[in-house]
Design a protein around this ligand. Structure first.
Ligand code: APR
Ligand code: PHB
Length: 393
């Protein structure tokens, strides 16, 4: 058994853990990042790809946005499709010039891993049996196995950035957390396809057969989704069926969806979840470890980065001055933005998907809501400011 020390022990090398490690490194604070999967696995996971302006600014301002600035695609609007027509929401016009950037989460993760390795600070992949201890003391501890050895890492604080299925949240004693959640009776079947996107902007389509989304990763790579069952068996979806469903749901007169070889495919369930508070003693939860949103609002990654920005600022204050004001406010401050994003993501999801338990009344309400947000500048502005990311929430 070997024992080492660090200031902040970070569990999980997803966007939250890697960004926190990066922000603290820039401030000269010592961290160890522990990840149970391999580097190859983490760098190959295809996830969402819409970055809010604030997310982009954070990465660029702290030196992690060099490739993002070069390769990210700036978008000034999105389109909503329903009843056979497309309607543009001019995001930038409605939000005083703010925009979003299309850049895969996978690419953000690759950039952050490279920076971390260059910094020389520890990032261990393929660790096993990670557990957290003594959380209510001044010397919390992480135990894990790495390269066949048992390790103990003594910390001043621990950041639980290990996602929804991680071990940090379940290590908090029963009765401390309040949990809030909603399951949706559908999922998304997503594909990455080697084809130039058939539309310049994202298209969110409401269709009687279910939701579909046209997105992209680059001028040569399309990212598309169709609503499916949450437990959908991919074996029932040969390529032809996927394209046929996409054509039906996204189709418009005078417009054709271009097809290309499918490079990757997967099914994601949809869930809303929040735990409160996001702290127990010296364990601080960030990102998916504390909250999940359905992907319809494109908020998951953005929320995770907002959490760790606040957490990094609070740690800097604490290590420099001993003051705990930032750490004490961390959970409440994060949760204000988390709940705004929870509402927005739930609202977008309900407006765009068809559920089996819904009737003709629900359908009429959805169509009325879609018409309202695409015709009333006030309603469109509300969607737009949430989509690009609200300031001061
Ligand atoms: N020990 C170490 N690492 C772990 C453990 C564990 N016991 N359990 C999980 N992990 C790792 C996962 O392998 C993953 O790399 O923690 C990381 C968590 O990363 P994400 O799940 O990507 O979560 P987060 O960093 O909070 O990123 C925000 O929001 O909408 C989503 O897709 C978006 O994944 C993104 C997330
Ligand atoms: C994506 O490109 O993967 C994507 C885009 C918008 C969303 C969700 C996912 O709302």
């Amino acid at each position: 058994m070997s024992r080492t020390r660090t200031q902040v022990g970070i569990v999980g090398a997803g966007p939250a853990g890697l960004t926190l490690g990066h922000l603290l490194h820039v401030e000269g604070i010592d961290t160890v990042i522990l990840e149970d999967r391999s580097r190859e696995h983490v760098e190959a996971r295809v996830r969402a790809g819409v970055l809010e302006q604030g997310t982009v600014d954070l990465l660029v301002e702290t030196g992690a946005g060099e490739r993002l600035r070069r390769e990210g695609l700036v978008h000034h609007g999105i389109e909503l499709q329903f009843a056979g027509e497309r309607h543009r929401i001019p995001l930038s016009d409605l939000t005083g010039g703010r925009s979003i950037v299309i850049y895969g989460q996978t690419e953000v993760v690759k950039d952050l891993i490279r920076l971390r390795l260059d910094s020389g600070r520890p990032l261990h992949f393929e660790v096993a049996d990670v557990s957290v201890h003594d959380l209510e003391t001044q010397a919390p501890l992480i135990r894990y196995r790495h390269e066949g050895r048992d390790e103990e890492l003594e910390c001043d604080a621990i950041a639980g950035c290990d996602g929804f299925h991680g071990i940090c949240r379940p290590s908090i004693p029963a009765g401390v957390l309040s949990e809030f959640s909603r399951e949706y009776p559908f999922g998304w079947l997503g594909i990455l396809a080697a084809v130039a996107p058939s539309n310049e902007e994202l298209v969110y389509a409401h269709h009687e057969r279910g939701f579909a989304l046209l997105s992209l990763r680059s001028p040569e790579l399309g990212r598309l989704y169709v609503q499916c069952r949450p437990d959908e068996d991919l074996a029932e979806w040969p390529d032809e069926r996927i394209w046929e469903e996409l054509h039906t749901r996204l189709g418009l007169e005078g417009w054709t969806l271009a097809e290309g070889p499918i490079l990757e495919r997967g099914v994601t369930g949809m869930r809303s979840y929040v735990c409160e508070p996001m702290r127990y003693g010296r364990l601080f939860l960030a990102g998916d470890a504390a909250h999940i949103v359905p992907p319809t609002g494109a908020k998951g990654l953005n929320l995770a980065l907002h959490d760790v920005r606040l957490l990094a600022e609070a740690f800097v204050e604490w290590f420099r001055t001993g003051r705990t004001a930032g750490l004490d406010a961390y959970s409440d401050t994060c949760l204000r933005r988390v709940w705004r994003a929870e509402h927005f993501s739930w609202w977008m999801t309900r407006m765009l998907h068809r559920a089996e338990d819904e009737d003709a009344f629900d359908l009429k309400l959805q169509l009325s809501q879609l018409r309202y947000v695409t015709t009333s500048p006030a309603a469109a502005a509300s969607l737009a400011e949430n989509y690009v990311g609200l300031e001061n929430v």
